[in-house]
Design a protein around this ligand. Structure first.
Ligand SMILES: [Zn+2]
Ligand SMILES: [Zn+2]
Length: 258
């Protein structure tokens, strides 16, 4: 059976891939990764990612500003909407709340997060949410801003089932990254087992967080297959079935055709 995976979150435009980007994209196809979303961490990236997505039929992109990215000027709702008005832009983000490293003040992060949700609701695209050591405030902002109206993705989900359930109630998808394969993350694998079929997504967040057996090396989209294999095992299904399921979910989430 032919496998067709969708890496819903990677940073293929980062300098980590400057020396061998074409090879990385070729390896990805060989591994059965048919589609990827190249995710923004700053507004300036939009033009570069749009250019990449225009020439690569299997690459889409997102527009947004990471909670810990120091922007020269805070992005406005209008700016985000204008940059997202591109046929290959399928999401807003990554954005959210991150108190692990506070390069950006919490109140600025919160304002930024709110502006992204407002932009997403305006343009009708889902939000890619980055949440680290900030579960309570992230859920509160999502609730207050009516995240359910645009939906989105809890990317690199690394929290508890209780938080996953709250996000699911707001119509969010839950995306798992390489850290779900790490030996000590038994509890996270249990969350990955419980997420309903129609809300499950996979990603690499490459170049970061390479899954086992590549842990510690540079991550790349081809390795989303290892994330898929791990989650398939805990859910007791084949990798092919897990691939089909998560690809269908990603296409629906990003409003893409089969
Ligand atoms: Zn992130
Ligand atoms: Zn990321």
């Amino acid at each position: 059976m032919l496998i067709s995976l969708f890496d819903t979150h990677c940073h293929i435009d980062f300098e980590h891939f400057d020396a061998d980007r074409d090879e990385v994209l070729a390896r990805m196809q060989q591994a059965g990764v048919a589609r990827i979303v190249a995710v923004s961490v700053e507004l300036n990236q939009a033009a570069r990612l749009a250019a990449l997505a225009e020439v690569r039929g299997n690459v889409w992109f997102s527009v947004g500003s990471h909670p810990n990215h120091e922007e020269a000027a805070e992005p406005t709702v209008e700016q985000i909407c204008a940059l997202a008005d591109h046929p290959r832009c399928v999401a807003i983000g990554e954005t959210g709340m991150d108190f692990f490293r506070q390069h950006v003040e919490p109140d600025i992060q919160e304002l930024r997060f709110r502006n992204h949700i407002r932009a997403a609701k305006t343009v009708g695209k889902p939000v890619i949410v980055h949440m680290r050591d900030a579960d309570t405030v992230t859920m509160r902002v999502m609730r207050e801003e009516g995240m359910a109206d645009c939906g989105g993705i809890m990317h690199c989900f690394s929290s508890t089932w209780d938080i996953a359930a709250q996000a699911l109630d707001m119509g969010m998808s839950i995306a798992f990254s390489g850290n779900v394969t790490y030996k000590r993350n038994e509890e996270l694998r249990d969350v990955a087992r419980q997420v309903p079929d129609d809300a499950l997504l996979i990603e690499t967040d490459s170049p970061y967080l390479a899954p086992v057996p590549h842990r510690g090396k540079r991550n790349e989209p081809a390795y989303v297959r290892d994330v898929a294999a791990c989650i398939a095992e805990v859910r007791g299904i084949s990798v092919e079935a897990l691939a089909a399921l998560t690809t269908r979910n990603a296409l629906r989430r990003f409003n893409l055709q089969e």
